[in-house]
Each structure stands twice: as C-alpha cells, then as structure tokens.
Design a protein around this ligand. Structure first.
Ligand code: THG
Length: 765
C-alpha cells in the first residue's frame, strides 16, 4: 500500500485509541466561554504581532495563541486540573477562510503551530506533575462559516467562491501545522455540511502524508432540531459520507444540549467507531447564556453512561471546568461502550443513506440524466434550462430510482462545468438530493470535478484497465481518498471484454489490484461486465447476454463483497423505436441476471415492466435471444417486434380495468398489482356493490393485490418503481373508499373499536 496506509500511528495516538476502549475518556469544555472570563481587550488580541492590523481583532480567539499564549495555557491547565484527559487546541477557526474575516489568512501555519505548542506544553507539564497519567492533545478543526454544499447552489459570484480546492488547501496548511506541533489526534468538529467534512478529512489525510505521521481522526457532527445536518443530511447519511476517513471516533457536539442528543447517540451505537458526545450546557437563554449547571448536565450524561453508549465525553458551548469536573467524576464510575465489529457493507448516501445489501434485492439507477442517453436531457443542458433538467432527475426519483446516473459527455459541452453545476444544483433540491449520485464520465477530469461538489457518498462510473495498471491504480486511489465507491468496466489494454472468459479475467484482475494495492473494500467495488446489444443479426453477438449473466454468477461467487451492475438499455439498441419490445427485453434480462445475483442496473426507472405482463409468445422469443437457445431466435423476435409495432400483438395482456372475463374484485386486484389508476373508481364502485362494503374491498382485493406485490418483489419479478406505483394506486383507492367506510361506520349502532397497534421497520418502503 502507498500513501496514508503505509504510515504508522504515533505512539501516543496508539495509546489514545487503546484507552478509548478501556475507560470513558474526558474531553475538555468550551474555549470561548473561558476566554470571555479574562476580560481581554482589543490590545490583548492584537499583541505585538498584529498591532498594525486594519481589522478589529477582539473576538478572534484563535489569535490569542500568539498574542496571549499565557491565557490559553491557563485555560488548558484548568481543564486538565478539572479532569480532562484530552484537551483541544485553540484553533477552531485557524483556517484561511475563517481568518479572512480578520485579515489574518496569511498566518495559518504560525497560528496552528502555536496552538498545538501551547496545548502540548500544558498537557506535558501535567503529565510530568502526575506521573502515570496520560493526557492527549486534539487539534481542533472547525467547519468554517462557508458551506460548500449550500454556497455552491447559489449563483451569486459576489458571494466569494469557497470551493473544495480552496478549502482543502487551507485545511492542509492548518492540519500540517497542528501535526508538526505535536497533536495526538485531529478533531474535525461541529460538522454541519458533509462536503466540508469530506474536504477536511481528505486534507487531514494529505497533511499526514506530507508530515509522515499518522494521527487518529475524531469526527463530531452537529445536528439541527430536525435531526439532520444544516445541509440536510441524516446522521446515517453523513456517516456514510465520512467513513472513508477511517475515524477513531464519531460523535455529536454543540446542538441543543444533552437531552436532545439522546436518540442520536443511540443511533450511533451500531457503528464500528468509538462514540463521542460533548453537548452545550443546555439551550442558550434570551441573553445567549447557557444555564445548565454541572450537575444538571452530568445527570443527563449519566443516562448515556448507564446504557454504555459512549467512549468520550466532554463539553461544548457554555461548559466550564466545573462542568468537566462533574463529568470526569461521573465517567470514572462507568465502563465505556464496547465498539462493535461489523461486516462491511456498501453504504452510499445522498441526504439519506442507501445501504446496498442483498436485502434490497436490486437497486435501480436512473439513466435519464445522461446527455448521450436522452435527447431531451441533452437539449435542456445545451439550452441551459437547468430547472427542467432537474425535473428529469426529480421524475426519476419519484418513479423509484434509488441512485441517479449523471453523464455530461458530449463533444459540444464543457462536460466538467456542466457536471459540477448540475451536481451543485441538484445538491440543494431536497427531493432529488435524497438519493446518491453516480458520476458517469469517461473523462477523468469530469469525474474529479464531480466528486468535489457532492456532499453524499457517490459512485464513480467508471474506471477500467484500458490504459493499464498504473493509471487504473492512481484513479482508484483518488476515488477511495475522496470517499466514493467505484464502478469498474470490464475493459483492459486488449479492449472490451465480450466473452465470458474475458469478462471474468478482467474483473478478477481488477479486483486483485483494488483490494490488494489500493485498499478498496470488496463491497465498495461494482463490476460492470458490459451489457452489449443482442439480436443484432451478427453471429458473434449471440452469446452477449448469456455470457453477461454467467459472468454475474461468477463474480458473485468468486470476488467477495463485489457488486455487479450494467447499463440495461444498451441491450436492446437494435430495437430502437420499439419501446414495448425494448422494455420487455430489459425486464427479462434483469429477471435472469438478478437471479444470479446482479445487484444494480442503470435503467429507465419509470419504464420497468413486470415480467408477468409479457405475453407468453414474446417472452419465449426474448428468452431464446437472451439465452441463445435457438439459431433463429433473432429472426423470430424481429418478426414479433414488427407485429407489435403494427399493433397485431400486445406486449401485455388486456388492460385489467376493462377485462370482461374478470369479476370487479379481481379487476381491482389486478389494477392494484399493475399500478393502474385509470378506471379505478368505476371498478371500486362495482366491487363494493359485489362485496357489500368498502371495508371488504380493502380487506379483500386490495389486500390480496398488495400481498402479491410483496411476493413478486421478493421473487425478483417486480422492482421498486412498480412497487411505488402500486402503493400510489393503493393510496388513491383507499382515499376514494374512505368516505364510504366512514358512512358504514356511522351506520353501525354501537361499534366498540378496539385498539390496534401497527408497526413497521426503519427503512421500510
Ligand atoms: N455501463 C455503465 N455506465 C453506462 C452504461 C453502461 N452509462 C451509460 C449507459 N451505458 C447507460 N445509460 C443509458 C441511457 C439511455 C439509453 C441507454 C443507456 C437509451 N436511450 C435512448 C436510446 O438511445 O434509444 C434514448 C431515448 C431518448 O432520447 O429519450 O437507450 O453500460 N457503467
């Protein structure tokens, strides 16, 4: 391994990581609250160094490490005496973006060196005076006041552009100086934007490489009252975004006090990191003061300790050495949380997480935000009609797309600019940004540009061995270090793999390189063994689909954790213009490939057809093509396709709402399964007449329909988009029946309603 993996941790850092498993570690309290107590003047903040500064520096706490180091050291000492085991450097805002407010952006290195030095001295002196006691220094790294995610969505050039490159540059300078100054850990805290956090983590790892010293990362998130970050991510989503940092701890700070944190501390329990929590001293009062006393705060933290939920405890805004003293006494009485070991799983994220487990059955990636795959999307991008282009993304998510693929590769476009601006815009559209993105480009420059503006955990689509191992490894490393998962196309120096043997040969080689040389986890690799067009009339293409399906099976049983994906619409290029045949081909192809373990596919989420809707004749013909079962398979499929085009053969059976052979209840059931809304009211009314009540319509055909949707989903015959459609139909049917149900209920003389408890599981669709 190269880069950060080759560095070993500092000795004191190793002790810190061990200690977190042995005892509850106490972190210090607020710096700002303490500084206020010293009643410092403008001149104290300026000192000699900044005497000539144009800006007023009062309030620039980070300057004091150079201008009043005695004060900062005194504060560190007080926290150590109160029982803090880890003290934080006074460097929360010591980066160029934040220091720019005071005109001190040129002094990042000196300030961070001094911040580390003064904390280091205080900790070392304490250890000398208390032999046997270990005390640690954590370098504090704040988020800056500029949100990369929210800032970039706003088209206001005058706002001053803070982007990934600028932020990482100053973060590297800051963290390099902190590490050189001797910190034992880096504490990236008050995280409110996943993209800022990713930039900080990326920079931390570069800073470690530059200095040649590895220290553990401690990550601490601040949630709003909604339980999400300010930029909209759930806790699970932001953890997925940050996990590439391989943190020692993840936790919560600031926020709304210890009470409000309780349920989120619980949510941290399943993760394989130490858990830290350092709340404010309650909520600020009207004067902006925090009035939670040390014992009040300790009582709340006690509950977390009793449940063995935490490894590191401390204080944020408003806390004082008295608070830390109370916490330190408390922590002595409890054992720390046991950090669980977990089986790694691919977790992607937008604003919400997407854990790609076999439980999901199959993940569909929306294909329509692709300038090469949708004429409409290309036109909108060319016209600069971003709003309508975003509608295409939104429609896919509405139709059930769980990830959206985005591709701007067109010779007439500045693909990098289109990619970054589109990603930035959808990043602030909550109903689109909910899902992770797949950054699709064959231009590396576009991929990197895209990665720099996504706050969630995306997948890069794609890399391959086309240009040899060196470039493959370099790109893979960059992707891993930016926190993304990866799609690998089965392509090497010899070209595109198009037989079973070539497909598995290339995937196997890529897997060895990624897991062995780059440090990728198997579960974060997605192989794409090339979905190629079949029924082209060319003999060499006859095994394309079958070999793909065989390759899926081989990859799933030979490359641990690896996922398989493919661009399904490629399959049917020879039937362009005949969407019903294309959709039937896609559905059957997916049916076979998913049965062998295919995990995801790039599809038109709005147009996946249930396999059982395909007429027997068409299904037989398509299967013959896909599985290469007969020599005249293509000819027969072409012939049927012609008939379908001219309207002689239907793809699906009759529309269930009209089918005369069915009784009304059966019609309702079938309509629900197919998600058909047209004609529903008439059929509901007929079914009600037939069954005698609205409740019976729900309990009978509607429930039966939902059950078969569930069964078909489980059997891989139906996918999320169709389930969503059925669920919508159900909702509409119930809404239509509700007034009748109420009337029926009122009609009953004395109906004693019992109590009913219903429940669902987290993540239920
Ligand atoms: N593997 C990976 N990524 C991919 C592909 C793949 N990305 C691109 C592509 N292939 C998958 N996406 C599409 C998107 C659209 C179509 C096919 C594949 C498509 N579009 C219609 C057509 O060309 O007939 C256009 C319809 C329209 O203009 O509206 O078929 O294989 N990793």
């Amino acid at each position: 391994m190269l880069g950060i993996e080759s560095l070993s941790y500092k000795e004191s850092s190793v002790k810190l990581m061990e200690a977190a498993g042995r005892e509850v570690l106490v972190l210090d309290g607020a710096m700002g609250t303490m500084i206020q107590r010293y009643g410092l003047s403008e001149n104290d903040f300026r000192g000699e160094r900044y005497a000539a500064s144009d800006a007023l520096l009062k309030g620039c706490n980070d300057a004091l490490v150079l201008t009043r180091p005695d004060v900062i050291k005194d504060i560190h000492r007080k926290y150590l005496e109160a029982g803090a085991m880890i003290i934080e450097t006074d460097s929360f805002n010591a980066n160029a973006v934040s220091l720019g407010d005071y005109g001190l952006q040129h002094d990042v290195t000196a300030l961070n060196h001094a911040a580390a030095k003064v904390a280091r001295e205080a900790a070392d002196e304490y250890m000398t005076q208390h032999p046997g006691a270990m005390r640690w220094v954590a370098g504090s790294v704040g988020p800056t006041s500029k949100s990369l995610t929210m800032g970039q969505g706003i088209d206001d050039p005058s706002a001053g552009v803070v982007d990934w490159d600028l932020l990482t540059e100053t973060y590297i300078e800051q963290m390099k100086a902190l590490i050189e100054g001797g910190v034992d850990a880096l504490l990236i805290e008050t995280i409110y934007d996943g993209l800022n956090a990713k930039a900080a983590i990326w920079a931390a790892r570069r800073a470690m490489e530059i200095v040649g010293v590895r220290v553990p990362l401690m990550l601490s998130v601040t949630l709003t009252e909604s339980g999400r970050t300010l930029s909209g991510q759930t806790l699970e989503a932001i953890i997925a975004s940050m996990s590439f940092g391989e943190p020692m701890s993840i936790g919560l700070n600031c926020g709304f006090g210890a009470d409000a944190m309780m349920k989120y501390v619980e949510a941290l329990q399943p993760y394989p990191y130490a858990v830290s929590v350092y709340p404010n001293a309650g909520l600020p009062n009207e004067m902006g003061e925090y009035d939670e006393t040390p014992s009040m705060m300790a009582d709340k933290i006690r509950v977390m300790l009793q449940r063995r939920w935490v490894n590191i405890v401390g204080g944020c805004c408003g806390t004082t050495p008295q608070h830390i003293k109370a916490l330190a006494e408390l922590c002595k009485q409890y054992a720390p949380r046991v950090v669980p070991e977990v089986e790694p799983e691919m977790t992607l994220a937008g604003l919400e997480p997407l854990c790609v487990t076999p439980r999901l059955n199959f993940v569909n990636v929306g294909e329509r935000c692709n300038v090469a795959g949708s004429r409409k999307f290309l036109r909108l991008i060319k016209e600069g009609n971003i709003d309508e282009a975003i509608d295409i993304a939104r429609n896919q998510v509405d139709a059930g797309a769980q990830i959206i693929d985005i591709n701007m590769d067109d010779a007439m476009l500045d693909a990098r600019a289109c990619m970054t601006s589109f990603l930035s815009r959808i990043g602030v559209e909550p109903d689109v940004a909910r899902v992770p993105v797949m950054i699709d480009s064959s231009d590396w420059n576009v991929v990197i540009g895209g990665l720099k503006c996504v706050q969630g955990r995306p997948i890069v689509n794609s890399i391959s061995l086309k240009e040899g191992e060196e470039s493959f490894i370099k790109k893979a490393r960059d992707i891993k270090e930016m926190g993304a998962a990866v799609v690998v196309m089965a392509f090497d120096e010899k070209g595109q793999a198009d037989t079973f043997e070539r497909r598995i040969e290339v995937c196997d080689r890529a897997y060895r390189l990624l897991t062995g040389k780059v440090g990728f986890k198997g579960c974060d690799i997605v192989f794409d063994p090339n979905v190629l067009a079949v029924a082209t009339g060319i003999e060499e293409h006859a095994d394309y689909a079958l070999d793909f399906i065989r390759a899926v099976e081989w990859i799933k049983s030979n490359l641990p954790g690896a996922k398989v994906s493919g661009g399904v619409s490629n399959l049917s290029f020879s039937f362009r213009g005949n969407n019903s045949v294309r959709e039937a081909m896609h559905a059957l192809f997916l049916y076979h490939a998913i049965a062998k373990g295919m995990d995801m596919a790039i599809v038109n989420a709005a147009a996946i057809m249930p396999v059982d809707d395909i007429s027997d004749e068409l299904r037989e013909a398509i299967d013959d093509v896909l599985l290469n079962r007969s020599h005249d398979a293509t000819e027969r499929l072409v012939a049927i396709a012609e008939k379908i085009k001219s309207g002689n053969v239907t793809v699906a059976a009759e529309s269930p709402s009209e089918e005369p052979s069915l009784t009304p209840d059966k019609r309702v059931e079938r309509m629900l399964v197919k998600g058909v809304v047209d004609g529903m009211e008439r059929n509901l009314s007929d079914a009600m007449a037939m069954l005698g009540s609205a409740v019976k319509v729900i309990e009978g055909p509607l429930m039966a329909g939902m059950n078969s949707v569930g069964e078909m989903f489980g059997a891989g015959k139906m996918f999320l988009p169709q389930v969503v459609k059925s669920a919508r139909t159900m909702k509409q049917a119930v809404a239509w029946l509700t007034p009748f149900i109420e009337r029926e209920r009122r009609g009953k003389v004395s109906s004693k309603a019992g109590k009913m408890v219903i429940a669902t599981v987290k993540g239920d669709v």
